[in-house]
Design a protein around this ligand. Structure first.
Ligand code: BEZ
Length: 210
């Protein structure tokens, strides 16, 4: 049975480039991103891991921990990190799981044999402090991910988990939000005393709360 949004993220113990971790303990009260990549010493993955290292301060600000995974062994990851740092002008600053036995890959259904035989495809999971899966995206091996988009989704997830709003198309932090349809106008008046713009009864735009 494959994982779905809202499922508990499977827990595991794994060896990473920063030592052994137990996943749920490692997440603690933070949010987490678990992402898989196909293989060490491959070009697209090299750019992705480097970009994410440079973006990590933004994830830190949002209390989001980052964890990579691939089926290559630890020594390979460590050697590859040097290439990533050299070519992507970064410092590798988050752990990557060595998963040669594919335990994590199988738990998270990261191997799609029809797309990429026996290697992990590019999946991204965003996991909340409640250890539930909030987002899953899978990319083909030939397409590098857009981690700015993942950051944008984290902003939306964190906002919408705290306030009764949703975020519209292409929303970015600071832009107007949508009052969730389940909130009546009477309830909305209490939550949003400064008011909102009603384009339709079901489409009520409000300044970003918080
Ligand atoms: C890459 O990261 O460049 C890559 C990995 C596996 C298949 C194709 C490309």
């Amino acid at each position: 049975m494959s994982l779905q949004l809202g499922d508990e993220a499977p827990d595991f113990t794994a060896m990473t480039t920063e030592g052994e971790i137990r996943f749920h303990d490692w997440i603690g009260s933070s949010w987490a991103i678990l992402f898989s990549h196909p293989k060490d010493f491959t070009p697209v993955c090299t750019t992705e891991l480097g970009y994410l290292a440079n973006l990590k301060p933004e994830f830190d600000k949002r209390r989001v921990k980052i964890l990579g995974v691939s089926v290559d062994p630890l020594e390979s990851h460590k050697k590859w990190f040097k290439d990533i740092e050299e070519t992507q002008k970064c410092k590798m600053n988050y752990p990557v799981i060595a998963d040669p036995d594919r335990e994590v890959a199988d738990l998270y259904d990261m191997i799609h044999p029809k797309a990429l035989d026996s290697l992990t495809v590019r999946t991204v999971f965003v996991i909340g402090p409640d250890k539930k899966i909030k987002l899953m995206i899978t990319y083909p091996a030939s397409t590098g991910r857009n981690f700015d988009e993942i950051l944008r989704v984290v902003d939306s997830l964190q906002l919408t988990s705290a306030h009764q709003v949703a975020t519209p198309v292409n929303w970015k932090s600071g832009e107007d939000c949508i009052i969730v349809p389940s909130l009546s106008n009477d309830e909305a008046k209490k939550k949003f005393p400064k008011g909102w713009r009603e384009l339709k009864p079901y489409l009520r735009m409000v300044k970003q709360p918080g």
